[in-house]
Design a protein around this ligand. Structure first.
Ligand code: GLN
Length: 548
């Protein structure tokens, strides 16, 4: 029987609900339970794929090609269960599904309403995410409800959660509410009033939380916890303090020490072994005690550099851990890179050009790739970063003047990067790789496998086959590959199915470490295994530093 823990949020957003949920899941997993996490997003968009990174931060991509909320990235980094399309859904998806049923006549002439039709649909989606009734069913599904209690938008989700607990019975559903306890400097006090109000709001809807996770910049003293307990009807042992920590990987320990997992297991009548957080402690020790440090320049558009690259930042840090090094990431706004300023990159141990969309800042990224190539600085180009490295190579090494991607210059004489539909032969005919492929003009999404060429860096890193996730439209144009290879570029991996260029690199004789990948390796990095590509990149950065 699958049990559910709903995690709601109060007062303000950005308190770390995703990390708190993932941490609870990780502790439960360490107790031997099979756990998954599900994220419910209250917005109407069908998925975040179409949303601007300013609005939404990173779009996380699963193996099965779903474009999801970035919290799913935290989930995969914290627990072993892999996320699927069904682990994240939005109000938009619920309505779309209900409306499709309505058009098919599935509701047999009834008036279709928020309660019960929308809320039932939500419960079905939640159960599906938990694999309930299938061989994949988990013991516990932690369901994180996006938004803040009191928002109109998330109300139906809360109602669905309440109904689930009513139907499933009190020992099958638990509620955890994350709230904020601000420190008011002028008064020199922590204030519990916002917490009192948000829990009142929740109880109005009919949800009595079993535990409160109280975010504050500091530990909440016992007398304040007692007060919160009194006003919220949550027993004092359920009022848990989550203070600011220097690494997110400390959170499982913080929550476990205060008994959150035991409270949940007692409530849900789960008899398990006790939690074992040794590997988290080791991880935190590694994070806090690096033997040395490398500094990486991340060259992107200034505006999308922070939250848009969550997984990438984590992947670099993981790679640091596996090299006993701290990784300092410095964002370089590629719009500021010109032939006059690009020399400033010399102070870095390596250069990374991450994925991105749109023309702005692209010439700066091309300059960064050129600088890395010419100055033998380790270079990792991810997705767009591989594309700009290819453009740069075409222009300066293969004699293809004004080569570009059709994304940035539709009129380029040499579309070395283009939509598959735009790969024209000399006679103007368009060749599609695969009659069944709908890749042209649409995103290539999710996991795909490629064969890796012998004797390459890629082969050392990945072995004979690489399987990574994708999120992009443009591809290295097949018609230019011969020219590029004759000029010395190595195509080191090619997709098995459609024979698309997946990895490029420079030969070891001419450059110590220069790799471009069309996929997004960052989505598969975890603190435990790290990731072979990032680990190799950071190692190259360390080598560069030691030689300098
Ligand atoms: N804009 C490029 C494309 O669509 C790269 C996308 C990316 O970096 N994710 O192919």
């Amino acid at each position: 029987m699958t049990k559910y823990v709903f995690v709601t949020g109060g007062v303000v957003s950005s308190l770390g609900k995703g990390i708190a949920s993932a941490s609870l899941a990780a502790i439960l997993e360490s107790r031997g339970l099979k756990v998954t996490l599900i994220k419910l997003d209250p917005y109407i968009n069908v998925d975040p794929g179409t949303m601007s990174p300013f609005q939404h931060g990173e779009v996380f991509v699963t193996d099965d090609g779903a474009e999801t909320d970035l919290d799913l990235g935290h989930y995969e980094r914290f627990i072993t269960t892999r996320m699927k399309k069904s682990n994240n859904f939005t109000t938009g998806q619920i309505y779309m599904s209900v409306l499709e049923k309505e058009r098919r006549g599935d509701y047999l002439g009834k008036t279709v309403q928020v309660i019960p039709h929308i809320t039932n649909e939500m419960q079905d989606f939640i159960r599906r995410g938990a694999g309930q009734g299938t061989p994949d069913a988990v013991d516990v599904a932690i369901v994180e409800i996006g938004g803040t209690v009191g928002d109109i938008e998330s109300l139906p989700f809360l109602e669905a959660a309440r109904q689930m607990s009513l139907k499933a019975g009190p020992n099958n559903v638990a509620f955890v509410h994350l709230t904020y306890v601000p420190w008011i400097a002028a008064a020199g006090e922590l204030k519990t009033k916002p917490t009192q109000h948000t829990v009142q709001k929740l109880r109005e809807i009919g949800i009595q939380p079993d535990a409160l996770i109280c975010r504050a910049d500091r530990r909440i003293p016992d007398d304040e916890r007692e007060k919160i307990s009194l006003f919220t009807n949550v027993p004092e042992y359920g009022v848990i303090s989550m203070w600011d920590v220097n690494t997110i990987y400390k959170v499982p320990r913080v929550l476990h020490e205060q008994g959150l997992d035991q409270l949940i297991c007692t409530k849900l009548q789960l008899n398990t072994k006790s939690a074992d957080l040794k590997r988290w402690d080791t991880l935190v020790h590694e994070v806090e005690n690096p033997a040395e440090q490398v500094t990486i320049a991340m060259c992107g558009k200034y505006t999308d550099l922070s939250d848009s690259y969550k997984s990438l930042n984590e992947a670099l840090r993981h790679a640091g851990i596996h090299n006993h090094a701290g990784v300092k990431i410095e964002y370089v706004d590629s719009e500021t890179l010109t032939p006059q300023t690009v020399g400033g990159l010399a102070k870095f141990d390596a250069i990374l050009v991450p994925g991105g969309f749109g023309k702005r800042g692209v010439e700066g990224k091309i300059l960064a790739a050129q600088y890395a190539r010419e100055h033998k600085l380790p270079y990792l180009g991810i997705c767009l970063g591989m594309q700009v490295a290819t453009i740069e190579y075409a222009r300066h090494m293969a004699g293809l003047e004004n080569a570009n991607s059709t994304e940035f210059d539709p009129e380029t004489p040499h579309p070395v990067i283009a939509l598959i539909d735009e790969w024209q032969d000399a006679d103007g005919s368009i060749q599609k790789r695969d009659a069944n492929s709908d890749l042209g003009g649409t995103m290539r999404l999710g996991a795909q496998s490629s064969d890796v060429k012998d004797g390459t860096l890629a082969r050392d890193i990945y072995g004979p086959v690489v399987t990574e996730r994708h999120r992009h439209r443009y591809e290295a144009n097949e018609h230019y590959l011969d020219r590029l290879q004759q000029a010395g570029l190595v195509i080191s991996a090619i997709t098995q199915r459609e024979k698309l260029t997946e990895m490029v690199e420079l030969p070891r004789e001419v450059h110590p470490w220069f790799v471009g990948v069309q996929f997004h390796p960052e989505f598969k990095s975890t603190p435990w295994g790290g990731h072979p590509l990032f680990t190799a990149f950071i190692k190259a950065a360390l080598n560069h530093k030691h030689q300098a």
